[in-house]
Design a protein around this ligand. Sequence first.
Ligand code: AMP
Length: 372
Amino acid sequence: MRVGILGGGQLARMMAEAGGPMGLSFQFLDPSAQACAGDLGALHVGPWDDPDGLELLAACDRVTCDFENVPAAVLADLAARTRVHPPPAAFAAAQDRLVEKRLLEQLGIPIAPVASVSTRPDLLAAVEEIGYPCVLKTRRLGYDGKGQAVLYSHEDLEPAWQALGGRDLILECFIDFKHECALTAVRSGDGEIRCYPLSRTVHQRGVLRLAAGMHQPPPALLEQAETSVSALLEHLDYVGCLSLEFFSTEDGLIANEYAPRPHNSAHWTIEGAVCSQFENHLRAVCGLPLGSTRRRGHSVMFNWLGDLPDAAAFLRVPGLAWHDYHKQPRPGRKLGHATLVADTLAELHAGLEAVRPLLDRETESLLEQLAL
Ligand code: AMP
């Protein structure tokens, strides 16, 4: 079976790594000639609506995405010519934070108080209603902490308004969370849903830095997360993997946003679960039986941003797996990750002690927040 992927970044690359052994071949469309998935399949370089590129994708048995901001018209066009999973409607909602929040709300999933902001008077009214601190975010194209600003007082309003382009924004209550977590689940074409263990996540300046499969989440927390994700998957008649990100508070989980694709918070499932999120995404997309989402031991994942540390030093640590995405270094860019897996918590702690001296100060200080 041939799978077409809109986007040729690291998610597409890891899908191809998972799909090769299942006999799948890949066609990628990406605007960049350096798209890193190109090592593992045919890469067509062109804009998202490139007619030749779309022709190549339409000729595939299935089409999926590694990028969630593919124009809706492109997905609709492809959906009329071949099987596209996840459904274009899942992308349309995820591409606009306001539509996304309203969808979550409609499904009874708790979200932070939020208001639509298109004008300066809207902003003043929203601040009046929500109070400080609050977060101003662009409705579209914000990711990894880009397109948002935390507001602490009236003095922050004008600079944030200017920086975010002064239109199509939302204002959201700042949530003083205990920690963040994400649930990844996969749904097959015949409606079967399998959830991965909850991932505990640590962000810094809006970017995911660390993730770990939670070994004993409080049952109420897990149930709330699984019920929320299942409601979303069913409402969207979704096929593939989806991750929903949450803030964990004293009063339970508050959903932030969902990603209609494999997600960074579940990269640890490559070594740390029986069937990884990438393999399960492809199994669902291709109409194959789903694999087990069961945890294998205990895992911690480290994201490498901006430059890659010395692989050889890390690979001396037993149970550590290395992923170099073959991308050109650029400040803040996700270039790879490492996952430490151990059979027992005691072995995980021993592994972390071996990893600790190899980490930069900032990453080491974040480890505490995983509360392992
Ligand atoms: P987002 O771009 O919405 O995924 O946000 C990226 C990260 O910024 C989140 O994972 C949080 O760490 C932080 N963040 C975003 N929105 C809020 C909020 N309303 N309250 C507190 N932290 C937030």
